[in-house]
Design a protein around this ligand. Structure first.
Ligand code: DGL
Length: 278
């Protein structure tokens, strides 16, 4: 194959995106909006959801298996569209991939962005137990911007609640208000949604605050970072029409199917692929 052909096929290759479930679709959606010519292969590890309650070792093992699947599907980039996995498996995935694809997590781009915002002093972080236990946001932000204060709160009920399709109702509002009213988050001027499921309840979170606060959702920040990385590697798809999209799940549940449709608007064909079956 000539060098020209090689680079043409690399440009056409899909972007691999994974999460424990539907949360990563918020990132997939932002990627497709910013780069409509790209093809994607999405993997939702619904059989092992929620990752936030798993040990770091278990999450790393899931992440490696999914990464292999995405590489087998010819992906030019692997986007870890899950904070729980990004917080404990980013380095492992990067080492495993070693140059076969671009690897991007959802934490570092947000840490860079928030650290650069001069007006923000008190930052709140909400996420799963795994993400909060890793302390990745607090460490990242205070090492880049030592003047900022970061308070992190684990909000373990939120991701399973969203995955079950419980949002924009009384139950979700009660749970959200209970978490956001904790003293830890009292004087924050920015709140990082450190779980890719949370953009689905962004409005409810915004409604809780009567004052002006910056709500930071990683989807657009991550999509912009990916665009820059692909551009630098001369890997951006240059086809005129939209790319192809495939959505895999390790366990097909009706609530997942329903939420997926609400989320990506329109019918999505879900393909069941249990990567752990012998
Ligand atoms: N969406 C995932 C995250 O960003 C996690 C939800 C879960 O599986 O616990 O952390």
């Amino acid at each position: 194959m000539t060098a020209k052909k090689t680079s043409q096929s690399a440009k056409k290759a899909p972007i691999g995106i994974f999460d424990s479930g539907i949360g990563g679709l918020t990132v997939a959606d932002a990627i497709l909006k910013q780069m409509p010519a790209e093809s994607i292969v999405y993997f939702g590890d619904t059989a092992h959801m929620p990752y936030g309650e798993k040990s770091a070792d278990a999450i790393r093992a899931y992440a490696i298996r999914i990464t292999d699947f995405l590489l087998e599907n010819g992906c030019k980039a692997i986007v870890i569209a899950c904070n729980s996995a990004s917080s404990v498996a980013y380095e492992t995935v990067k080492q495993h991939v070693t140059g076969r694809a671009v690897v991007l997590d959802v934490i570092n781009p947000v840490v860079e962005k928030v650290s650069s915002l001069k007006k923000i002093q008190q930052v709140g972080v909400i996420g799963t137990r795994a993400t909060i236990r890793s302390n990745a946001y607090a460490q990242g932000i205070t090492s880049k911007a030592p003047e900022k204060k970061v308070s992190s709160l684990a909000t373990p009920l939120l991701a399973p609640m969203i995955e079950e399709g419980f949002f924009n109702n009384n139950i979700s509002r009660t749970i959200i208000n209970n978490y956001l009213s904790r003293p830890k988050l009292k004087n924050i001027d920015a709140l990082i949604l450190a779980c890719t499921h949370y953009p689905l309840i962004r409005k409810e979170i915004g409604d809780y605050y009567k004052r002006d606060i910056l709500i930071v959702d990683s989807a657009e920040i991550v999509a912009a970072k990916l665009h820059a990385m692909l551009k630098k590697g001369k890997l951006l798809a240059d086809r005129k029409k939209a790319g192809s999209k495939r959505f895999f799940v390790s366990d097909l549940t009706s609530s997942f199917e329903k939420s997926t449709r609400i989320f990506l608007k329109g019918k999505i064909k879900l393909e069941l692929r249990n990567l752990w079956k012998g």
